[in-house]
Design a protein around this ligand. Structure first.
Ligand code: SF4
Length: 242
């Protein structure tokens, strides 16, 4: 274990843990939109920046990417941190002013307006969906493309990606709830925030016992092929299995 100080409190953390995790484990709030414990940290949103003191020197780092060290001093709400964090929040608010999650977080960080030019985007470009699709699902159906102000989450030719299996992991991890998933009857509909991409429907598999529609057929095909399972294994939903 490693001992460090966060906001004047001595805390312990596992060696190799990131400062953000150490803070969360000790109920110390650091805002972060692009972090998810199932996905490798990436430092995209920069909201989790903190000030650290090492060898007498202070600097700002993204706490999701900075590993704990013995004797490390961390300040999560110094004036410098708060000023930088507010500017990042103002940029996010300018980019996505209509997203409820962004509005709520801005309020929490005492940001009620933004000096930057307003846009009406529905994606903060954190890339969590892309990383979930690649790292967790193993499909890589979507990606972040282009540079600078043209950066966007997209699929090849902006068509709904053929590779997508309809698993919904991207919607599940999206921190601003902008990728939507709706199951109605035998159909799952997934809608991406990029207006150039269309929404797509997936047929759901019906359980042979209870008759409930429970998972996209395409996702179940993918799992049976990837793991070399017998296709009949998914004739019955998890609730009806012993
Ligand atoms: S629903 Fe499609 S795009 Fe989203 S994570 Fe699953 S495979 Fe990837």
């Amino acid at each position: 274990m490693v001992t460090l100080t966060i906001d004047g409190r001595e805390v312990q953390a596992e060696e190799g843990a990131m400062v953000l995790d150490a803070a969360r484990d000790n109920n110390i709030y650091i805002p972060a939109l692009c972090s998810n414990e199932a996905i490798k940290p990436y430092g995209a949103c920069r909201l989790c920046l903190v000030e650290i003191v090492t060898n007498g020197k202070e600097r700002l780092v993204a706490s999701c990417l900075y590993p704990v060290e013995e004797g490390l001093i961390v300040k999560t709400n110094s004036e410098r941190v708060m000023n930088n964090r507010r500017t990042i929040m103002e940029l996010l608010l300018a980019r996505c002013p209509s997203l409820e999650v962004i509005q709520d977080l801005a309020k929490r960080l005492a940001v009620d307006k933004t000096p930057f030019k307003l846009e009406d985007k529905r994606c903060i470009l954190c890339g969590l969906c892309v990383r979930a699709c690649e790292e967790v699902v193993g499909v890589s159906a979507i990606s972040l493309v282009n540079r600078g102000i043209d950066r966007e989450m997209a699929s090849p030719f902006y068509e709904f990606p053929d590779a997508c299996i309809g698993c919904g992991s991207c919607a599940y991890v999206c921190p601003v709830e902008t990728i939507t998933l709706e199951d109605v009857g035998d159909t799952r509909t997934i809608t991406m925030p990029n207006p150039k991409m269309q929404k797509t429907e997936f047929k759901l598999k019906k359980c042979k016992i209870c008759g409930n529609y429970w998972a996209p057929e395409k996702q179940l095909d993918y799992i049976t092929k990837t793991l070399s399972l017998a296709p009949e294994i998914f004739d019955v939903c998890p609730d009806c299995r012993e």
